[in-house]
Design a protein around this ligand. Structure first.
Ligand SMILES: [Fe+2]
Length: 434
């Protein structure tokens, strides 16, 4: 590929795979949902959403569009933000009873990920735990065919409409894990930025952090050539590392985050920012669906496991709750200060796409340059100042690190290796940033 980052390694992969749903993007495109479903031959669909959206204009417009196209639908909305395996099992039972020939999910990542998990259980029956990788689950294979799935994001961060993964909180362990299979990739996505116009600033900030970190983690992930070569294509990991395709789109997503994140958060009437952030989230989703994230996401799961007595304004979720994007961003400056030493030049390039001031900086400064720019984005969008401002004490470091260290597949996708002590140090350095 003519790029040093992808130089071949002994026993490393020399090919990469790109998976994508058929995707329609643009303001107003959700109005096409009826025709899109009918064109696929769907006659009766389950519309999966959440209780907040269910009574609002987005869902009523979608139901009207389906009705106009003579597609029957029934709505399931008994889901929560940060859905558990129990939520997915309830949604699967709804699918079991409804005689549906397809699923439409309309919502944030929680809704789309719940729909993916429900589709698996509707096909296979039983408990979702079977499908998580050991030691959490049995690593059971997901069987084809799943019902057709059209995914429609209503937030500018998740990217789940473009990925073959479902992130679900396992109730028995009180933390999030990933179910992954090429079969989880939605067949079609409708990405309509108008859905984000009514989001409060806190949600735009959180989802904007998520898109920023998806892009930055993809760009700086270990190269696919350093992942193990596989002989059986069915065994190719979805976390396959950085590759020239995801580099291309992750770099654009970082430029969008740099230019529009603070604008979109601070002026909710700025529809140009909403459009751009939705496009950035889509690009970042396409990137991480074909690369995998790494340490900022992996370590954020320690936060969501152990948070206590904290809520976030504008989110109708009981304590304890920290939005996914905020938990990832809380770790990001500290993580990239650490990972930069594994790929300094690559981090310098990322810093430049993020709009960082790198005048006079050398590759040894890469971590600091990236971290400084991330902190600027945090401060400009009213993020909490590190773990301390999010209710964590110094004495929580060891348990945060022990919890996050279980996310080995994502940690192994980072450009620098780490042991438990390194992860503890990264948590310690995330206590406050300014
Ligand atoms: Fe994420």
């Amino acid at each position: 590929m003519g790029c040093q980052y992808y130089d071949p390694c002994q026993s490393g992969a020399n090919t990469f795979t790109i998976a994508m749903p058929r995707l329609t993007f643009g303001r107003g495109c959700l109005a096409e949902i009826g025709q899109r479903a009918a064109n696929r031959g769907l006659k009766r669909v389950a519309l999966i959403t959440d209780n907040h959206l269910r009574s609002g204009p987005i869902i009523s417009a979608a139901i009207q569009s389906l009705s106009d196209a003579a597609v029957d639908c029934a709505v399931f909305s008994d889901l929560v933000i940060e859905p558990t395996d129990e939520c997915a099992e309830r949604a699967a039972s709804f699918l079991d009873k409804g005689k549906f020939d397809g699923v439409i999910s309309i919502g944030g990542g929680s809704v789309i990920d719940s729909a993916k998990a429900a589709l698996v259980l509707h096909r296979a029956g039983g408990k979702l735990l079977r499908f998580f990788a050991p030691p959490i689950g049995d690593g059971a294979a997901i069987e084809a065919p799943l019902l057709p799935h059209i995914a429609c994001p209503t937030t500018s961060g998740t990217g789940s409409e473009c990925t073959s993964m479902s992130v679900i909180r396992v109730a028995a362990h009180n933390t999030k894990f990933v179910v992954a299979s090429p079969l989880l990739l939605p067949d079609e996505a409708l990405v309509d930025p108008a859905c984000t116009d009514s989001l409060p600033a806190t949600a735009v900030a959180s989802t904007g952090y998520d898109l920023t970190c998806h892009a930055l983690e993809c760009f700086t992930a270990k190269a696919y050539t350093q992942h193990q070569k596989i002989d059986n294509t069915a065994q190719r990991q979805l976390i396959q590392g950085a590759n020239p395709w995801s580099e291309l789109i992750a770099s654009k997503a970082m430029q969008i985050a740099s230019e529009y994140l603070i604008r979109g958060v601070n002026d909710r009437s700025d529809t140009e920012a909403n459009d751009q952030l939705m496009w950035g989230a889509t690009l970042a989703g396409m990137a991480f669906g074909n690369t995998g994230t790494h340490m900022a996401h992996a370590l954020s799961y320690g936060i969501t496991h152990l948070m206590s007595d904290i809520t976030t304004p504008d989110y109708d979720v009981p304590s304890p709750f920290i939005p996914h994007g905020v938990s990832v961003m809380l770790m990001a400056p500290s993580v990239f200060r650490y990972t930069a030493a594994g790929a300094p030049q690559r981090h310098m390039e990322a810093a430049s796409f993020l709009g960082a001031d790198s005048k006079g900086a050398t590759p040894e400064d890469a971590g600091e340059v990236v971290a400084k720019r991330l902190v600027e984005l945090m401060r400009g969008s009213n993020a909490p100042n590190g773990l301390q401002a999010s209710g964590f004490k110094e004495s929580d470091t060891k348990s945060l690190a022990a919890s996050a260290f279980r996310q080995q597949r994502a940690i192994a996708n980072a450009p620098r290796e780490s042991n438990l002590q390194d992860v503890e140090n990264i948590f310690d350095a995330a206590r406050s940033y300014w």
